[in-house]
Design a protein around this ligand. Sequence first.
Ligand code: 5AD
Ligand code: SF4
Length: 469
Amino acid sequence: MELNELAEEMAPAAPLGSAEKPSAPKKVFLKTYGCQMNIYDSQRMSDALSADGYVATETVDDADLVLINTCHIREKAAEKVYSQLGRLRKIKAERAEHGREMMIGIAGCVAQAEGREILRRAPVVDLVIGPQTYHRLPDALKKVRGGEKVVETDYAIEDKFEHLPQPKRSEIIGRGMTAFLTVQEGCDKFCTFCVVPYTRGSEVSRPVAQIVAEAEKLAAAGVRELTLLGQNVNAWHGEGPDGSEWGLGRLLFRLAEIPGLARLRYTTSHPRDMDDELIAAHRDLPAVMPYLHLPVQSGSDRILKAMNRRHTGDDYLRLIDRIREARPDIAMSGDFIVGFPGETEADFEATLAMVRQVRYAQAFSFKYSPRPGTPGADMAGHVAEDVKDERLQRLQALLAEHQRDFTVGSVGKTMDLLIEKPGRQPGQRVGRSPWLQPVIVDEKAGEIGDIIKVRIIKAGPASLFAEPG
Ligand code: 5AD
Ligand code: SF4
């Protein structure tokens, strides 16, 4: 089949209702691109579709609905959507010849950013739905079945959290012992390279009571590790039960009281929002894992200024010193952009120097991709593609060296392991270390959901191997 690679890449976002329902259920092929927020949103769409009688399928071949949850962060990610739609057009046409229908929906940030333009460029699409309106998905599909083309991108973002479908207990368990929980959405930072403030809208925090209630429900269903999500998660703020102003640090202190929740993580953070209480949460709460994704993007003050990051390289390094003082074993993770407009060799070398100082355990690095409508796209001094390529290679080689050092440095260490699922090989189980490293153990070491002490005996290319320690 033509969309083999789609099917191969696809991991069902969530176990939709089982396929054993009496009348042939409608089937949805749901493909997710992009960040954890999209993975979380796909789970929510799955919940809404499941309630509407859909079951998941892992191939496009027998799908009644193909739904692509898209990412708009870089041009490559956005263009992928259109190349897939070309292939889907053929499959849909073949289907139609046999009198069978296939609906095609585009969700996510490309949907939000391009809206009706998608229908113009790809008339094969039936539905365009933005991230803030997924609760309207069943209604939108009803309209599509009635022969309409539907574009759902208008929203009052405050509504969004009010309409979260409530996943069933069995579904939570099916998703494993770890869960995401969105606490914040959107961003007001307006970094000059970034589309998020336009696609996800301005910053909205979910109220404390809602977050605590959902976290309690997840914990009661067996979830051991909770990752709080937000595009700018540490900008989260709310009002505590006594009317006082809470930041993310205070929220972590509250969530750490929930019985059963052994591990707390949060992503993605902005350096400007790392306040004292959040750093104290890393110091005082064993449940807050010693891993922090804190993107800096560049090590050059000139470029940081042009990016509107509103901090210097030195501010960032001093912040990391404070975080490491609070939690000496913390592993740092980051994001980098090379070839932002105006970036010289000296600017790029400042980025390499910063990487050498921080020694990231994990990092993501990208070539600058001009996004229409963002200030960066109109700046002077765009960097040639071959220069971007060369810089990215040098940066990635350095990051890979540090990452490897971090992995190899784990051998011989004793640590806690949360066993998450069966491993690829029979007789194995796989879990995560506190530093997010995948760790493989013998299945006799413990049950899924257990947190056990292990000793790392070997580092493979993608995972660590451990024995009970
Ligand atoms: N070009 C390249 N990388 C980008 N990112 C965001 N926007 C762009 C862009 N226009 C990267 C940043 C961000 C990560 C999610 O994606 O590093 O932190
Ligand atoms: Fe984009 Fe993050 Fe900057 Fe917000 S803080 S504009 S999400 S890069």
